[in-house]
Design a binder for this molecule. Structure first.
Ligand code: ATP
Length: 325
């Protein structure tokens, strides 16, 4: 069976029978449980529709994937990665949550958080640039979500403003985990016998998919281009590109074609536009570092002066988003 459905969300309904001995029946959601509405967007292998749960009236985004098309294009692996990572990352306000998965003869269905605001890129294009306050807030939310995924052993590998969606509170929800990498769970320290988390001794280095380019040209890290290896720090390179882009309106490395973009990246060839805030410049310069082991780590980014005043963790998600201007 090509489409494993293990671990998918189910709805448990408690019922008492006549003898009042309680039984639990597990009822799986299906297409019939939703009213499908407007199209939110189309991907290469999917259509995303707004939908309402007929019972609870809660609104979702349902990603509908065409099974035949995915098999023909050999994308089964990516669909499974997306589902597996979303199941691992089930509970962070900054990551699109996967509630249910089901299928019919033709399609696979992923029931997701509805991000009514659409892509962060759309807002950036409309405003052309964000001011420092908005960049600080959205940068902080993105970083907090990335910190969470890294703590759960997931590297996104394709962070960019198109993959950052906004919900009805104008808070971010990171999406598109089809090219993510799930790191092997760390082994406990020898002789210890406990499952104490020691961190990943390889720093998340992954060379298992040599020669397969993942990601988007403008945000791809130099180590992926030169060593064919992505690690947690590769997401922080992309984060540096995003901070640069929010403040200046364009990504730091951009050329007429992919090859020229890659050349710029491996030679660290980029320039700050006039008027780029100096504190933000300092942060970006510590992120756009060719050697991933010398790049700023999440803890250093969080305590950098650019993020002064940010309350990390739960409070960041209770805060009112600054008005985009
Ligand atoms: P591709 O598969 O070609 O890389 P994609 O990753 O954008 O494209 P989808 O994930 O199917 O493809 O998304 C299609 C569109 O639907 C996107 O443009 C996105 O803006 C929108 N979309 C995706 N998920 C949601 C969501 N949870 N809420 C609102 N809109 C969404």
């Amino acid at each position: 069976d090509e489409w494993k459905d293990r671990g998918s969300a189910v709805v448990a309904r408690k019922e008492a029978d006549r003898d009042s001995s309680p039984t639990t029946r597990v009822v799986k959601k299906g297409v019939k449980d939703f009213n499908f509405g407007r199209t939110l967007g189309e991907g290469s292998y999917s259509t995303v529709l707004a939908a309402t749960d007929r019972t609870t009236l809660k609104e979702y985004a349902i990603k509908v994937l065409d099974k035949r098309h995915i098999i023909k294009e050999k994308k089964v692996k990516y669909v499974n990665i997306e589902k597996d990572t979303l199941n691992i990352l089930g509970d962070h306000p900054g990551i699109v949550r996967l509630y249910y998965t089901f299928q019919d003869e033709r399609s696979l269905y992923f029931v997701l958080d509805l991000a009514t605001g659409g892509e962060l890129l759309g807002f950036l294009k409309r405003l052309s640039t964000f001011d420092e306050e908005c960049t600080r807030f959205y940068g902080a939310q993105i970083l907090d979500a990335v910190a969470y995924m890294h703590s759960r052993g997931v590297i996104h590998r394709d962070l960019k403003p198109e993959n950052v969606l906004l919900d009805d509170k104008m808070h971010i929800k990171i999406t598109d985990f089809g090219t993510a990498k799930i790191l092997a769970p760390p082994k406990p320290p020898p002789g210890d016998g406990s499952d104490y988390y020691q961190g990943d001794p390889m720093g998340g280095i992954d060379d298992t998919r040599a020669n397969s380019f993942v990601g988007t040209a403008e945000y791809v890290s130099p180590e992926l281009l030169t060593e064919k290896a992505a690690c947690k720090a590769s997401d922080l390179w992309a984060f540096g590109c995003i901070v640069f882009q929010l403040l200046s309106g364009r990504p730091p490395f951009k050329a007429a074609n992919e090859y020229q973009t890659f050349q710029k990246i491996v030679h660290l060839e980029y320039e700050f536009p006039k008027g780029f805030p100096p504190v933000a410049r300092d942060l970006v310069e510590r992120l756009l570092v060719l050697d991933p082991t010398k790049r700023f780590t999440i803890d250093y980014i969080k305590s950098h002066k650019f993020f002064e005043g940010i309350e990390w963790g739960r409070k960041l998600w209770q805060q009112k988003a600054p008005r985009l201007k």
